[in-house]
Design a protein around this ligand. Structure first.
Ligand SMILES: *Cc1c(COP(=O)(O)O)cnc(C)c1O
Length: 356
């Protein structure tokens, strides 16, 4: 990890922030990179041409209202554009949501084991929060969230476990917290999870967040959006208008629209990743791993004969990057993103060697 350098001017409210460690990108040799849940596939051909076509017009500002993009997203989900908020990656969307709806004497709650950015946001925005422990099998205790009476963040499918709650369980949480916001982060839902988008017209306290970074092969394109009641979307737009009105750049808007337009390519890529995940999961289990049932483009696994950190280091030495968390409850586990079928077969062969 790089050392944190701090000036004497840095606002003291930030003194306890622990910076998130992004997936490493070593350049000493070629790795099979399975540590950031990127898609192994290129963006759809139409996305590439659409983005290239916008480059010559970058001297002009982009549409701050993202109108064409909002319409494409709304059409895709069978809604109207006032249900959609667009952002520079889901991460920016999440920041607006937290700024808009969290704080005000209410705590934010999320699982103790989940997407680590949330803790960072709570800290950097000075938001009171608490963590609800997952069950021993890493499943979510729905009752804990339903009785929270605080603003809820639910990552579904969860990361790094890959486990997904069905929509009826999510609805229990939303219905039980009617006077609080329930934010459901569906970054991975396209890989076999059940979306709660059908609930957004029924509950004005539900905000669903999506990204193009995983299932739409556009991590570097920085496109995310939220879906929710127009009143919630309106609040987020109010903040965006004063903080960063031109948040979604011209090329990203065009690329996003083109991605929605090529459903066949999207499906093909997602299906290939799911097939590789199922093959890899089975292969890991044959090698004696315990593997959670993932509905995401990664798997979470552990082996009784090898500690997680050792697995991580030995895989890296063999040219495979995976994610290891030196954190309570999960320090025996590794998270492996799903690449191509060939990548995953190669990783299984390497693991066989490591365990022999
Ligand atoms: C990747 C990810 C995000 C962020 O997505 P970006 O659009 O790349 O900012 C948000 N939430 C979860 C759970 C993620 O895994």
């Amino acid at each position: 990890m790089t050392e944190v350098i701090m000036s004497r001017f840095f606002n003291s409210i930030y003194k306890d922030i622990v910076p998130y460690t992004p997936g490493e990108r070593p350049s000493d040799k070629k790795y099979i990179k399975l540590n950031t849940n990127e898609s192994p596939y290129a963006p759809a051909p139409g996305v590439i041409t659409a983005m290239q076509a916008e480059a010559a017009g970058l001297n002009l500002y982009n549409d701050p209202g993202c109108n064409d993009f909002l319409k494409a997203a709304a059409d895709y989900h069978g809604l109207t554009p006032d249900y959609i908020f667009a952002g520079n990656g889901a991460d920016e969307v999440l920041q607006y949501a937290l700024l808009a709806f969290f704080g005000q004497g209410t705590k934010g709650v999320c699982s103790d084991i989940t997407y680590p950015y949330y803790k960072g946001y709570f800290q950097s925005f000075g938001l009171e929060h608490s963590l609800l422990p997952l069950n021993d099998d890493f499943s979510i205790n729905v009752e804990d969230f339903a009785s929270a009476d605080e603003n809820v963040i639910l990552v579904n499918p969860n990361a790094p476990t890959g486990l997904c709650l069905p929509i009826n369980e999510v609805e229990k949480i939303v219905a039980a917290n009617k006077d609080r916001i329930v934010l459901v982060d569906e970054a991975y839902v396209d890989y076999g999870g059940e979306s709660c988008l059908p609930l957004v017209k029924k509950y004005d306290n539900l905000l669903v967040v999506r990204t193009f970074s995983k299932s739409r092969n556009l991590a570097g394109g920085r496109i995310g959006y939220a879906v929710g009641d127009p009143t919630l979307i309106g609040d987020m737009n109010t903040l965006k208008a004063v903080i960063n009105p031109y948040n979604l750049n011209t090329m990203a808007q065009a690329g996003g629209i083109a991605s929605f337009a090529d459903e066949a390519y999207f499906r093909t890529c997602v299906d290939k990743v799911i097939a590789a995940r199922e093959m890899f999961t089975e292969g890991l289990r044959e090698l004696g791993f315990r593997v959670l049932d993932s509905k995401a483009n990664f798997v979470f696994a552990c082996h009784e004969k090898k500690q997680g950190g050792d697995l991580y280091r030995q895989l890296k030495a063999e040219g495979v990057l995976v994610r290891y968390y030196n954190a309570p409850r999960i320090d025996n586990w590794i998270r492996v993103s799903i690449g191509t079928m060939d990548d995953m077969k190669a990783v299984l062969d390497i693991l066989k060697k490591i365990l022999a």
